[in-house]
Design a binder for this molecule. Sequence first.
Ligand code: ATP
Ligand code: MG
Length: 280
Amino acid sequence: MKSLAILSHKGGVGKTSLAVNLAIHLAAEGKNICLIDSDFHGPSILTFFTPKSEIHWINSFLTGDSSLEECLQDLSNDLALSGKLLVAFADPTPESIQNVIRLDQNTSMKMLHYLMKMKSMLREEPYSIDYLILDCSPGTGFSTINVMVITEIILFMVKVTNADIIGTSHMIEGLHKQLKSRTKIIANQIPSDFLNDQIRKEHFQKLIENLLKKDLGDKTVDFMGWIPNDLDLYKTEFETAIKTLEGNPTRRMIHTLDKPDHIISKIIKELANNLFGDNN
Ligand SMILES: Nc1ncnc2c1ncn2[C@@H]1O[C@H](COP(=O)(O)OP(=O)(O)OP(=O)(O)O)[C@@H](O)[C@H]1O
Ligand SMILES: [Mg+2]
């Protein structure tokens, strides 16, 4: 089993969208996937799916109050995926979010213990998971650090804005002890004219690699490419929200499920190969 954590400095850069799209793509390819909402500050994986009636939040597994089996929902049949897609949702209630924000060291250690237990259980029957994908909160809370400890591949997502690029550089510098030897970075919501300009792309990649190189010692940051800005996405999300407000709960659009021929789906497929191919 390979495990991937998706992190960012700022919120709203596209982590959850990427986590869900990668999970669906891999499950559609016949792989067994476990997708965990580890954004305990602002859970949102739920909005991409239609869950079964009763939800046991993953928070309750991490405190020892529910079994893993209770917290994992198998959505493969509903979504007609050939592989297994097990999803665990995080508790969005204010009480639960405040508990995570106030996480003391003892509770954080207990959470780490359960994360490790979860990882070893997912490797075995009846789960036999190939890829574990964890969607984190923005920033460097205890819960995100715990997730970093248990995952092999750490992928930072950035939007190319001053605030995010500079903040990500500070984050990578500050976290370099916790980082694995190879950390990955991907840029999202890139204007299409930039993506058509190979020279500017190479120039940008060099700039970002230079920015992130400092203070990493023997560690490396691999630049994994660009995801274009989908100009239609906000309209789609708006219409989905209106339907939900009208009392007809509607899940959010997922490129790799709903638009497999879209450029973003193709880029996600390539990214999955680059992240999980034999050389990584
Ligand atoms: N490539 C893209 N093109 C256009 N819009 C995008 C793209 N990727 C994500 N978005 C939009 O940006 C918004 C934020 O995305 P998402 O929730 O995935 O980010 P996030 O990093 O998980 O946010 P948070 O930190 O709040 O959890 C969503 O409305 C999403 O549809
Ligand atoms: Mg998110």
